[in-house]
Design a protein around this ligand. Structure first.
Ligand code: 5GP
Ligand code: ZN
Length: 116
């Protein structure tokens, strides 16, 4: 189910090009257009869900799939052992700007905590 005017649904539909690095039945992943680390990949579900707040119990497996994709990507990018971060922002106050849930998978450099 794609949602009109959703940037990531347009990437899913192939309307907007992206550097896709991973695809599964439930998710795809592509490189962030404005990377914040040497590796910065976004993992998104194929189904449109706007924010974490919109998740339902039935989405359990889908969200798990996003993390399993992140793990595979970390291995593919050679950063699994050194360390990486897989985070999802919720709503504008946390920096969410695209309202189709996505895991940021960041690595390839040291990452500090807490984030800003
Ligand atoms: P958010 O701020 O919602 O957590 O993350 C959205 C991310 O999407 C940002 O890191 C931003 O750089 C990325 N982004 C925005 N527009 C595009 C685009 O057209 N293509 C790609 N590949 N990434 C995008
Ligand atoms: Zn969408």
């Amino acid at each position: 189910m794609s949602q009109e005017d959703c940037l990531f649904c347009k990437i899913l539909d192939g309307e907007i090009p992206a550097d896709i690095v991973f695809e599964s039945d439930s998710a795809i992943a592509f490189r962030d257009i404005n990377p914040q680390a040497p590796t910065h990949v976004l993992v998104i579900p194929r189904r449109h869900i706007a924010t974490i707040n919109d998740l339902e119990a039935g989405d359990r497996e889908l969200v798990g799939d996003l993390y399993l994709a992140a793990k595979q990507i970390a291995h593919m990018e050679g950063m699994a052992d050194e360390g990486y971060r897989a985070v999802m922002n919720c709503n504008a106050g946390a920096g969410q700007s695209v309202f189709h849930i996505h895991l940021h998978v960041l690595g390839g450099r040291g990452l500090t905590w807490p984030p800003g």
